[in-house]
Design a protein around this ligand. Sequence first.
Ligand SMILES: Cc1cc2nc3c(=O)[nH]c(=O)nc-3n(C[C@H](O)[C@H](O)[C@H](O)COP(=O)(O)O)c2cc1C
Length: 221
Amino acid sequence: MDVKEAIKKRRSVRGFLDKEVNIETVKEILEISKRAPSGVNSQPWKVYVITGKSKDNLIREACDKFDNGQMENELYQVYPEERPDWYKDRQRKTGFALYDALGIKKEDMDKRVAQAKKNYEFFGAPVGLFITVNKSVGPNGWGHVGHLIQNICLTAVEAGLGTCLQEAWAGLPTLVKEHVGYSDDEVLWCGIALGYEDADHPANSFRTEREEFESFAKILK
Ligand SMILES: Cc1cc2nc3c(=O)[nH]c(=O)nc-3n(C[C@H](O)[C@H](O)[C@H](O)COP(=O)(O)O)c2cc1C
């Protein structure tokens, strides 16, 4: 598979088959992804892979916390304080495309909450990854960790796997720390659900759009 094909094929997968992923495949994905560029080759990332009983225990506790309104304070600002109109528009479009695909009406808050909860089950994926950023780096370094994350997503596509990035896990940094043991030097950025896509799952039946070339790129001669 070439890079262009992998980029076009990658999308957020929110429904997975009940099919194990070989841990050697996960290791290979991470081995290749670590070639991501980072300023001064700082590599300010860490990755925690959670599977099997460890994952099930975390899911159980995370879902309990979600159900009981015990979400934690996020350690970084996930959404902008002031959302400009263009941001709100794109956020709404993305959310409603998902709800439409799932047959959830805008006003059906119970079903919307139930869908949000699926984040804490990794949408049924057999593997969960957590990505942390070293606290010493600022926004510039977070961008570098983004390169690693994109490599993971694209390499997964080539391996026949799907991913969903999940900043939802930023709402449970202490619980995740207790389970995966990341150090005080790290900030939890996001989770990644990893597994074989369930192509028949309605949550996987839509594609998000992108802006036209002219609205984000400018060529000066
Ligand atoms: C850092 C990051 C965090 C995200 N967190 C979540 C999340 O918590 N839950 C979710 O369902 N999707 C999450 N997404 C997926 C985005 O909604 C998705 O990438 C976007 O709508 C574009 O769709 P696509 O990935 O299918 O191309 C996240 C994406 C990124 C890059």
